[in-house]
Design a protein. Structure first.
Length: 133
């Protein structure tokens, strides 16, 4: 059973956006599994790989979502763009030294941030995109 799941209330009804959001939930689950796996004493490489994946995937997803919003002349595009840029800035702020020295704290912080983002942003902002269609 996954810790983070794409519940019905998170669906926008826009298929490609929903599929990409599922992937973000998968990444959150990966982070949780790394955190709780007691068989990996040094989690540094796993955390760095997770952050690399998150950076690459969110860039892909945000570009995709922003292109779509532009194509439908979405009126809240600018606030979405700002939220997306803030997310990327936050992920980029994790230094390898901080992660190396504070593995558990970094993972907990990342999970907290991801959870808030998935719930708040998808539920409160992305769902509005579908209402303009």
């Amino acid at each position: 059973m996954a810790m983070y799941e794409m519940k019905p209330e998170y669906y926008t009804g826009i298929e490609f956006i929903d599929n990409e959001h599922k992937k973000l939930f998968d990444i959150a689950n990966d982070a949780y599994e790394i955190l709780t796996n007691e068989f990996i004493p040094d989690k540094y490489d796993y955390i760095m790989e997770l952050i690399r994946e998150l950076k690459a995937y969110t860039k892909y997803h945000f570009d995709h979502e922003e292109t779509y919003m532009t194509s439908i002349k979405y009126k809240r595009y600018l606030s979405q763009k700002v939220a997306h840029d803030d997310f990327i800035e936050k992920i980029n702020s994790y230094s390898s030294d901080y992660i190396d020295e504070n593995q558990r704290e970094a993972l907990l912080e990342l999970l907290d941030f991801l959870t808030t983002w998935l719930v708040e942003h998808i539920y409160r902002q992305d769902k509005l995109i579908a209402e303009e269609n």
